[in-house]
Design a protein around this ligand. Structure first.
Ligand SMILES: Nc1ncnc2c1ncn2[C@@H]1O[C@H](COP(=O)(O)OP(=O)(O)OP(=O)(O)O)[C@@H](O)[C@H]1O
Length: 509
């Protein structure tokens, strides 16, 4: 008997047919990868399995028994739990409190010791080692994710759905997560994992379900696939998805020279610790680091959003650290920071694509785009060039899928013809096709001689695309390496603050 069976599920949003007649079987003890382009309907599908959306038609069976979920609680009671991209945890509470949250009604006076034992039993069974007394705000992203998983297991889930769980993990943390997933599988759990990373699909899944434009596009055994065949299945044709570093003439002198850049956070702790690096025109300098290692502060200090006490960043004979954001923009410095919450920065969710494109131009004090016709043309151009899937440019951006929201955000920035471009997490949540579009755009900018600082989270992508890679840990530079000569493992170790053999480092030369 299958752990989960879905028959003919259909869900529409207005005129968008997000899921059209989807059927799927999840076997007991299998890891099923769910793959599909941005906007193909993956989130809509799993949200129905987790009780967040109600299907319009179709049926769901758990262990052969038909179920109807009216809330996530119903799904959990039936054994289905979901780990979202944005954790639903309370920062000021301990791991124990978070895991047992919502249990009050069932037994407010349950002894803490009993809870500890119960949770630690789960930890031992699956190989977790979380200190249950620690507060969430003291934990790394990977530890928080573990708390989420323990919470779901504690609630009795046997079917786990993970939505892009590796997006914010280091290679080592990803391996650890995969080891846990394999252990769950051995213990009879069934898992659906959404990921855009084809190498991960190949590594962790038993089968792959592919969605295309809201429909089933295939269900295949992973052992019979290659990354290429999966990409083809997903995109419905031939596709060259390989990330490539293009050759471009690097400028003779650095375009940006950063010296002794240091900053402190609100509590007086160093958030950037004496950074020294150069950036040349026509090169992509990658920045790799665990989330929260100083990436945000680096972006903000170079764009005038964060005042730092020490150091200098010389660009066109001016110290960027002393200029205002507007003055910096006028010099041709552009930043595109894609935050975890894409709508949190730079886009107005309720406005349509045209209005969002115009809004940026308006804030730049250019009267050119205040002309709505010009705004529509640019919006149409961006939608076409970045293959944004939307019924029209007049749809509120809130209704676009995560990946498509991001394409609007990035497309808008790249239209501003930068000289020095800071791009943070541009591939977050993007499918291979969209990623390829963005890579081509960045390579095009590089060929034009633009200096690009690329802050990323996928080491494979960074290594394949960047000319040099700066690895940071806890606000300081652990090394600037030649990505062609440095192993992924060593980069991962440096991200965790460890030193690696010096001969592999490339320095700034
Ligand atoms: N709440 C909503 N209101 C209106 N339209 C929606 C809503 N949620 C999703 N859609 C639309 O349904 C389609 C499927 O979106 P969904 O988020 O399920 O795709 P996805 O495959 O998860 O994409 P991504 O990989 O970018 O996260 C898209 O066209 C999207 O614009």
């Amino acid at each position: 008997m299958n752990a989960l069976e879905v028959r003919n599920l259909t869900k529409t949003f207005g005129s968008t047919l997000a899921n059209n007649d989807i059927s799927l079987e999840l076997r007991k003890g299998e890891i099923l990868a769910l793959l599909g382009e941005n906007g193909s309907g993956k989130s809509t599908f799993v949200n129905q399995l987790a009780g967040i959306y109600a299907p319009e038609s179709g049926e769901i069976f758990i262990d052969g028994k038909k179920v109807e979920f009216k809330s996530p609680q119903d799904a959990i009671s039936a054994g289905v739990g979901m780990v979202h991209q944005h954790f639903k945890l309370v920062e000021v509470m301990s791991a124990l409190e978070n895991i047992t949250l919502g249990e009050k009604a069932a037994g407010f006076f349950v002894k803490k010791q009993v809870l500890f034992e119960k949770i630690n039993e789960i930890q031992n069974k699956f190989g977790f080692s979380i200190d249950l007394n620690r507060k969430l705000y003291e934990m790394s992203v990977s530890e928080k994710q573990t708390v989420e998983i323990i919470k779901i297991l504690y609630q009795g889930a046997r079917i786990l759905i993970l939505d892009e769980p590796t997006a914010v993990l280091t290679p080592q943390e990803t391996e650890k997560l995969f080891a846990v997933l394999r252990r769950m599988k051995e213990n009879g759990c069934s898992i659906i994992i959404i990921t855009h990373k084809l190498n991960e699909v190949m590594e962790i899944s038993d089968r792959v379900a592919v969605m295309r434009k809201g429909e089933n596009a295939g269900l295949v055994e992973t052992s019979s696939c290659t990354e290429k065949s999966l990409a083809r299945l997903m995109l419905g044709g031939k596709f060259d998805y390989k990330v490539t570093r293009v050759a471009a003439g690097r400028s003779q002198n650095p375009v940006l020279v950063v010296k002794n850049l240091s900053s402190k956070n609100a509590y007086g702790k160093k958030s950037l610790d004496n950074l020294n690096f150069d950036l040349y025109g026509g090169e992509i300098l990658g920045v790799a680091g665990i989330v929260g290692s100083g990436q945000k502060e680096l972006c903000e200090s170079l764009t005038g959003l964060l005042r730092v006490e020490n150091g200098e960043a010389i660009f066109q004979n001016q110290n960027l650290l002393k200029l205002s954001p507007i003055e910096i923009k006028k010099l041709g410095v552009r930043m595109n920071f894609v935050p975890e919450d894409r709508l949190g920065m730079g886009l107005a969710a309720g406005l349509d694509i045209t209005e969002n494109v115009m809004m940026r131009s308006y804030s730049e004090e250019s009267h050119f785009f205040l002309d709505r016709k010009k705004g529509s043309e640019l919006a149409t151009d961006i939608v076409e060039r970045y293959a944004i899937s939307t019924p029209s440019i007049h749809n509120p951006v809130r209704q676009l899928s995560g990946g498509n929201i991001q394409k609007v955000l990035l497309g808008r920035e790249l239209e501003m013809h930068p000289k020095f471009l800071i791009v943070a997490y541009p591939f977050r949540g993007l499918d291979v096709g969209a990623t390829n579009n963005i890579i081509n755009m960045l390579n095009e900018q590089k060929k034009k001689g633009v200096a690009i600082l690329l802050i990323g989270e996928d080491i494979d992508q960074l290594c394949a695309l960047c000319d040099r890679l700066m690895v940071i840990h806890d606000g300081s530079i652990k090394g600037i390496v030649n990505p062609e000569q440095t192993s992924k493992e060593n980069i991962g170790l440096m991200m965790m603050g460890k030193s690696v053999p010096a001969e592999k480092e490339d320095g700034n030369a």
